[in-house]
Design a protein around this ligand. Structure first.
Ligand SMILES: *Cc1c(COP(=O)(O)O)cnc(C)c1O
Length: 454
């Protein structure tokens, strides 16, 4: 039922024109099901808001990215970037597909071990590797990529404790011609710092370098940046070989491939803007073949996160209130906001209705449920008149949201996985007060009493 609204006179807008004469219109954008399951049924059973993952989409994406590389280079391994999405079920699917675990903290290391991932299937990166985690990782046969000089010192100590030579990798940062140029992780190549680190590793007499890592950024839209990265890494590897006699066993190029989503301020649709995964694979593998010595094919490790998982994740959210702003713009308060959709700070989401809704389409604003001014999902989207309970289907939300979401003001909702058979499985239950309560202690003296409230 449509609730009564005070009539207002206003200019009709059918969406904002952009410079390519496109209109940010939702017209005809109806998604009544996700991976074959009706949105209506999902909400009835699991509530709103709801995160929904498609197992078919996850596996299909992994295989297509893997295929793009394995058809061009003989030795390719993927490391699943836990920070992109460390829901157990999601990690388990990628591990089943053959991915190693790519970890950047003790917490992620604990998660992978808890999932039963053996050390030889783990890559430990990241700027903070606590000593005990590093020690456990080395004992466990993990690939460790060193971030800074203090870590070299830690590893020397560990080699002394274990009384053996430890093989390690180092992380490089380098100028691959993209902005911003990340220089805070690992050792800088161009300044000579990276070679200094290798020298230090050699001097220790307890460590041996076996591989190189670098991760040049995220949502990289130029495949040639990877070609430049690979060229620099390979050349550096041969310089190390010439000086120290260590031949590189692996070249780990990190992640950073974009997903098919639209960044804010970008007019073109993703398909027009972005190189395909084949373009990336072609640029990377060509650069390898061009710069590697004949007969030397080090393992190519790829840590793609976002591109693997983003499109497999969808969010369902419902209108909990409708209003008109003073200028007449319709605004909707949804039950999910930036607390659950951290990537809304960068993405212009693809937002669909779950059914056809009649009425005049107007430029509208979508707010989240938080009592915070920043909680805006879309500031200008063409929508028909929505009522309480109407639903929006938001994609792509599989990358970074279920790790960066906040337990802030609201509880975090259910997350479900739709299997390849179309069954729906709960993979993370909605939180309740007990999740907050179990970590807190209230000193007895502060216990509220009746008189306290009187
Ligand atoms: C975050 C991260 C990744 C994954 O990056 P995406 O942009 O999600 O592909 C890979 N490797 C390292 C070291 C990272 O920190």
């Amino acid at each position: 039922m449509q609730s009564y609204q005070k009539p207002t006179i206003q200019k009709l807008q059918t969406g904002l024109m952009n410079k390519f004469a496109g209109v940010n219109s939702l017209k005809h954008r109806v998604k009544s099901e996700i991976a074959g399951v009706a949105v209506e049924d999902l909400v009835t059973e699991f509530g709103s808001p709801l995160f929904v993952y498609s197992e078919k989409a996850l596996r299909r994406k992994f295989r297509s990215i893997k295929n793009a590389f394995t058809t061009r280079y003989p030795d390719v391994t993927f490391g699943w970037s836990y920070k992109t999405n460390y829901l157990k079920a999601i990690c388990a699917i990628f591990h089943q597909e053959g991915a190693m675990a790519e970890l950047v903290s003790k917490m992620e290391y604990d998660k992978a071990k808890n999932l039963g991932i053996p050390g030889n299937q783990i890559i430990l990166n990241g700027p903070h590797k606590p000593f005990d985690t590093l020690l456990a990782a080395i004992k466990d046969g993990v690939i460790v990529n060193i971030d800074h000089f203090d870590e070299i010192e830690d590893l020397e100590k560990i080699a002394s404790i274990l009384e053996k030579t430890i093989t390690v990798g180092i992380r490089l940062n380098l100028d691959a011609g993209i902005q911003p140029c990340w220089s805070r992780f690992g050792f800088n190549l161009e300044s000579g710092q990276a070679m200094e680190a290798v020298q230090r590793i050699a001097n220790s007499g307890k460590l041996r370098l076996r591989g190189l890592h670098s991760h040049i950024g995220t949502f990289i839209t130029d495949e040639n940046a990877y070609a430049r990265q690979v060229e620099k890494m390979v050349k550096f590897g041969y310089e190390v070989e010439d000086r120290f006699g260590w031949r590189m066993e692996y070249i780990d190029i990190g992640g950073g491939f974009p997903s098919r989503s639209r960044l804010k301020g970008v007019y073109h649709a993703a398909e027009v803007m972005l190189p395909s995964i084949d373009d990336f694979a072609e640029a990377i593998c060509n650069a390898l073949w061009q710069h590697l010595k004949p007969g030397h094919t080090p393992k190519l490790i790829i840590e793609s996160g976002r591109a693997m998982v983003d499109e497999a994740g969808t969010m369902i959210t419902s209108v909990c209130g409708t209003k008109r702003l003073p200028n007449g713009t319709p605004a909707y308060v949804m039950d999910a906001g930036v607390n659950l959709l951290f990537t809304s700070f960068w993405y212009r989401f693809d937002i669909a209705l779950d059914r056809v809704i009649p009425g005049t389409w107007e430029n509208s604003v979508i707010y989240g449920p938080m009592c915070m001014n920043i909680d805006v999902i879309d500031e200008g989207i063409s929508l028909p008149p929505l009522s309480r309970g109407d639903r929006l289907v938001i994609s792509t939300v599989g990358a970074y949201n279920n790790t960066q979401w906040l337990q802030f003001i609201e509880y975090r909702p259910n997350v479900v996985l739709i299997t390849e058979n179309g069954d729906v499985e709960l993979i993370r239950a909605a939180e309740d007060l007990s999740d907050l309560d179990r970590r807190e202690y209230l000193p007895t003296r502060l216990q509220p009493t009746v008189s306290y409230c009187a």
